[in-house]
Design a protein around this ligand. Sequence first.
Ligand SMILES: C[S@@+](CC[C@H](N)C(=O)[O-])C[C@H]1O[C@@H](n2cnc3c(N)ncnc32)[C@H](O)[C@@H]1O
Length: 225
Amino acid sequence: MNRDDKPQASRALKVRLRTAKQRTKSSQTWLERQINDPYVRAAKAQGYRSRAAYKLKEMDDKHRFLKRGARAVDLGSAPGGWTQILVERVGANTVLGIDIQAIEPIEGAVLLVLDFMQADAPAIIVQNLNGPVNIVVSDMASPATGHRETDHMRVMALCEAALEFAIDVLEPRGTFLCKVLRGGTERSLLETLKRQFGKVVHIKPPASRADSAEMYVLAMDFRKP
Ligand SMILES: C[S@@+](CC[C@H](N)C(=O)[O-])C[C@H]1O[C@@H](n2cnc3c(N)ncnc32)[C@H](O)[C@@H]1O
C-alpha cells in the first residue's frame, strides 16, 4: 500500500441498525458508529487490525519519522494496527510490540505479552531486542472508567513510564511518540521532553475521533545524555 491510500469520507447512506432486544442503547450507538466509520471500513478492506493504524499512518505522512531500517518498539500494540504500519514503513525484523493482551502473530515483528507497568518489563523488552532502538511509540491506554481525572492520571502514568523507557534505550536522534489526553502533556513531562529532544509537537491526527480527548505528543531528535 502506498502512503496516499487514505480512507475517504463515505458517500454511502448512513446505515441505521434495527434495535435488538439484547442490545443496550450505548452498544447500539457504538455499533452504528463502527459500521458507518470510513476508517473502520478502510481497515477491513486494507487488512489492518485496527482503525488506529491510520492515526500512525497520518502522523508519519505529515512528520516522516518512520525511517526505513530503523528499529522500533511499539508499547500497547494489540490488536496490532500500529505494528503493521511499523513493519511496512521501517521494514521487517526490526519491530518489537508488547501488550497485556495477546496479539495474533504479525510477520516481521516480535510480539510479547507483557504488562509494561511491571517492574522488570523494560529489562524483558531490552533482552528481546536485537540491536539499538531508534523509535519508541506508545498507544497504551487503560480501559476508560468514565471518571475524567482517573482516566487522565492513568494515561499520563503510562506515558511517563514510556518516556522513561525511551530515554533509557533510544539512540541519539531517536524518536518518541506517545498517546496523551487533551490539554496535552503535563508541565513536568513537557519540560523533560523539551530538554531531551530537539523538537516536540502535539498532534491530533484526523483519524482520532474529534469527540475523543486523546492526542499524541511526538518528540524527535533525541539528545542522548
Ligand atoms: C488503543 S489500544 C492500542 C491499539 C494499537 N495501537 C493498534 O493500532 O492496534 C491500547 C492498548 O494498550 C494496552 N495496554 C494498556 N495498559 C498496558 C500496559 N500496562 N502494558 C501493556 N499494554 C497495555 C491495552 O491492552 C490495549 O491493547
